[in-house]
Ligand binder design. Structure first.
Ligand SMILES: [Ca+2]
Ligand SMILES: [Ca+2]
Length: 151
């Protein structure tokens, strides 16, 4: 059990430092989510979050004035998310930059990628609008089609 606790602690520290080093970018996660062994997900507001571990194998999570005790043996996964109910945030097709709407800015983001500019992996994933596995001018056209269809 000690090994599990240490592994979890390392994971938390790694996530926290990833968040800290990310502070210059627009990626800030709002929630920390735990997947329990029954497949359900519990989320906690990441702001002001504190997690402590005790000798009985429990993690006590304090967030937003609420304290929740979770058995470590019941946890199967932990990740940061912007979705209050856990899981990955879903974006509408063509919203490459993830700002909630499909606009010319998404076209520009795809063109940037085609020109070789580095972007986050999730942006790169969404940039393949037509889902053929690569980011090309065809994806630019796909986004333009979406913009034209909605206007
Ligand atoms: Ca967008
Ligand atoms: Ca594509």
């Amino acid at each position: 059990m000690k090994r599990t606790i240490i592994t979890l602690l390392v994971a938390v520290v790694a996530c926290m430092s990833a968040m800290a080093s990310d502070s210059d970018s627009t990626t800030t996660y709002k929630y920390l989510a735990f997947t329990l062994s029954d497949g359900s997900v519990v989320t906690f507001t990441a702001d002001g979050l504190s997690i402590t571990y005790d000798d009985e194998g429990n993690a006590t999570v304090t967030s937003d004035g609420t304290t929740t005790v979770l058995a470590l043996s019941n946890l199967t996964n932990m990740y940061f998310t912007n979705n209050a109910t856990g899981g990955t945030t879903t974006y509408q097709t063509g919203d490459v930059n993830g700002d909630g709407e499909v606009t010319i800015a998404d076209v520009n983001t795809i063109i940037d990628i085609i020109l070789g500019n580095e972007v986050d992996d999730d942006v790169l994933e969404r940039a393949d609008v037509n889902g053929d596995g690569e980011v090309t001018i065809a994806d630019v056209n796909a986004v333009i089609d979406i913009i034209l269809a909605s206007s």
